[in-house]
Design a protein around this ligand. Structure first.
Ligand SMILES: *Cc1c(COP(=O)(O)O)cnc(C)c1O
Ligand SMILES: [Zn+2]
Length: 412
């Protein structure tokens, strides 16, 4: 195994007890089994200003001074650099005119997972790993498979047998991952993946990996950059395993630490009503959550009952005076269509949860009319065409004549 080149500029530490962790294959604290996190040395960033970064294109690697991987090892397919749309029409429809949408569906594989995978796979390359893996049925496996291709590594995707919609796996299969249908349920598949990782036969890039959120911080850096360092009042995003809200929080604290912003937006997490352990804990005011044994929602990317980073999410929400709530599947589908019809943006159901949450929290008076709000829309609608087709009208039969077309165009 190669020596890690740049351990000087960051440390992996236990988020719970602070122990420094040196084993690069550790996924939890060896002392207390707590979650790990990366502690960055921001000395270089402190000597710079935002303008210095603008010499490189908008994207994850513009923010290299905030990243724990040496750029010369980067495995990149130009992730990030996604648009921040000013969405006035949507904002007026929900009663918060100063609303923006950060459209993460325009990443290389169609979701924000690419921001984390460029970092995770680059780090795997630093470690000299030849095989990477994950247990996932969705965007994580699609993204990892793409970055493994780019890196020339083998990729193993662990799935429970039988219970998988093959459509979602099309990307992973397409990029040439070995997709393993493992006897048992999802937990059994994950356990096998972890065993392979512990024996150092693969480098595991599931949500628990501490390097992925480091890349995911870039969505916040880009939002602030695109707003010319005017800090929005609130950022709303869907919460599944909760690594992304943690990443956004960490990015806020780091920008404040280097003095590029002087306040932090209220981080507002949205969960689906049928998969809402973090929202439940927030409603009760606790700092830990109780797992939901049977999570269910149309928003498959956030159909998570036992979120790995749930405690970190609660910390992020409380520390920023943010909020957490649930939306129903009906509200998700309604918001998904609204975004399409008002703004020409097509997101997957999990992503529409942020817009549904904006609408609900405005109605409840939690969000003020004059707030500047950014909704992070995490993934592309084309990932899940079945859900779209279930909720839009069928094509209309039409005679081959002008009058019939006119008749149809006049119909409501
Ligand atoms: C992974 C994912 C989420 C959930 O992110 P977490 O970090 O697990 O909270 C939301 N939306 C999409 C499209 C995703 O792929
Ligand atoms: Zn610990």
């Amino acid at each position: 195994m190669q020596k890690v080149m740049n351990m000087a500029d960051h440390k992996v530490v236990c988020w719970e007890c602070g122990t420094e962790v040196s084993d690069p294959y550790a996924n939890l604290c060896p002392k207390c089994k707590g979650l790990l996190t990366v502690k960055m040395d921001l000395t270089q960033a402190k000597s710079m200003n935002p303008e210095d970064l603008r010499k490189t294109p908008l994207g994850v690697w513009r923010y290299a001074p905030f990243m724990p991987v040496d750029e010369k090892n980067k495995v990149s397919i130009q992730e990030g650099g996604t648009p921040l749309y000013s969405t006035k029409a949507l904002g007026e429809a929900v009663g918060v005119p100063d609303t923006f949408v950060k459209f993460e569906g325009l990443n290389p594989t169609g979701s924000f997972k690419d921001r984390g995978m460029t970092m995770g796979v680059s780090h795997a390359k630093e470690l000299g790993a030849k095989v990477v893996g994950c247990a996932s049925t969705g965007n994580t496996s699609a993204s990892l498979a793409a970055y493994a291709s780019k890196a020339g590594m083998q990729c193993a995707v662990f799935l429970p047998s039988g219970k998988v919609a093959m459509g979602k796996l099309a990307q992973a299969l397409f990029f040439g991952a070995k997709v393993l249908s493992v006897d048992g349920n999802f937990d059994d598949a994950l356990a096998l993946a972890r065993k392979m990782h512990d024996e150092r036969k693969i480098y595991l890039l599931n949500s628990i990996n501490p390097y992925r959120p480091e890349g995911q911080k870039s969505v916040l850096f880009e939002i602030i950059d695109q707003l010319n360092y005017e800090v929005p009042d609130r950022i709303i995003l869907p919460v599944g395993n909760a690594a992304n809200i943690w990443a956004v929080y960490k990015a806020c604290t780091e920008l404040k630490e280097v003095g590029w912003i002087d306040r932090i937006p209220k981080l507002t997490g949205i969960q689906a009503a049928g998969a809402a352990p973090v929202a439940q804990a927030f409603a009760e005011g606790t700092r830990d959550f109780i797992a939901e044994p049977n999570p269910e929602t149309v928003a498959t990317a956030i159909r998570i009952g036992n979120p790995i980073s749930g405690k970190k999410a609660l910390h992020a929400i409380y520390d920023t005076k943010g909020y957490c709530t649930t939306v129903t599947d009906e509200q998700i589908i309604e918001a998904q269509l609204l975004l399409g019809r008002k703004e020409g943006v097509c997101v997957e159901p999990a992503s529409a949860a942020s817009v549904a949450g904006l609408k609900k929290l405005r109605e409840e008076g939690i969000i003020e009319k004059d707030e500047k709000v950014v909704c992070i829309c995490t993934g592309n609608g084309l990932k899940d065409p079945d859900t779209i087709l279930n909720n839009v009208p069928k094509p209309i039969p039409c005679k081959n004549e002008v009058a019939d077309v006119e008749r149809i165009l006049k119909e409501q």
